[in-house]
Design a protein around this ligand. Structure first.
Ligand SMILES: Cc1cc2nc3c(=O)[nH]c(=O)nc-3n(C[C@H](O)[C@H](O)[C@H](O)COP(=O)(O)O)c2cc1C
Length: 211
């Protein structure tokens, strides 16, 4: 049976407006996971269809205290990235770089990359460090190396909103946990919201354009 004409019109409008956002993160002690949830909730409120996905722990327990790496969030799959119009990736800073766990996930994207399935999407990154200048910017820029290889459109938050002058990082949302003693608070959450809204807005504009 055919659906009433009104429903068809409404469904078409909904599909057109709903950009698909994948939020993919690795987190050991929960700070990056908190930012990821804030970004996912904001993107949903902004009208996106969102997949929140975590990357599994692979380090031995003597290397990393992974209290947050095994929460109930579904594991990230290559298909989640292929599916999305916009991908936000997050990693703790590890020795000034992205965590090996997220790097391992990036390595699984080789087949999709070869088929051109990672290109022409919006990408953006977020991180957390132990100290304020412990490598948050180098981590975000390292993450962007991969985005460029994908043929992605990197959407950094920049200093496009007053909240960005509070968190002070134009490359992406960045928290610092002061040696694990400071939880993700309003400054970081506001920055995460600005980033998520900007990503959804630009992904929506790109989805409605012919590229
Ligand atoms: C192996 C290892 C290396 C780290 N390297 C850095 C670093 O280079 N700079 C820094 O500021 N913090 C460093 N940290 C601290 C984490 O980046 C920080 O605690 C972060 O907030 C953890 O995020 P998470 O709670 O999502 O796991 C390191 C932590 C570990 C376990």
């Amino acid at each position: 049976m055919r659906a009433p004409a009104n429903d068809i019109v409404r469904d078409a409008a909904t599909v057109e407006a709903r950009v698909k956002v994948a939020v993919v993160y690795y987190s050991a002690t929960g700070h990056v996971a908190d930012i990821a949830r804030e970004i996912a909730e904001t993107a949903e409120k902004a009208g996106a269809e969102v997949r929140l996905r975590r990357v599994a722990e692979s380090a031995p327990p003597e290397g990393v205290d992974s209290t947050a790496a095994t929460d109930g969030t579904p594991l990230a799959a290559v298909e989640d990235v292929v599916w999305a119009d916009a991908v936000l990736m997050g990693s703790p800073t590890r020795f000034g770089n992205i965590a090996a766990q997220l790097s391992q996930f990036l390595a699984t994207l080789g087949g999709a990359w070869r088929k051109g399935e990672l290109a022409d999407k919006v990408y953006s990154g977020f991180t957390s460090t132990g100290s304020p200048h412990g490598g948050n910017e180098s981590t975000l820029l390292a993450l962007m190396h991969s985005f460029h290889h994908f043929g992605g459109i990197v959407v950094a938050p920049g200093f496009t909103h007053p909240a960005k002058f509070a968190d002070g990082n134009p490359y992406g949302t960045a928290h610092h946990d002061a040696g694990g003693t400071v939880s993700v608070g309003d400054v970081t959450r506001n920055a995460a919201r600005v980033q998520a809204e900007r990503v959804v807005r630009l992904a929506r504009a790109l989805a409605s354009a012919t590229v």
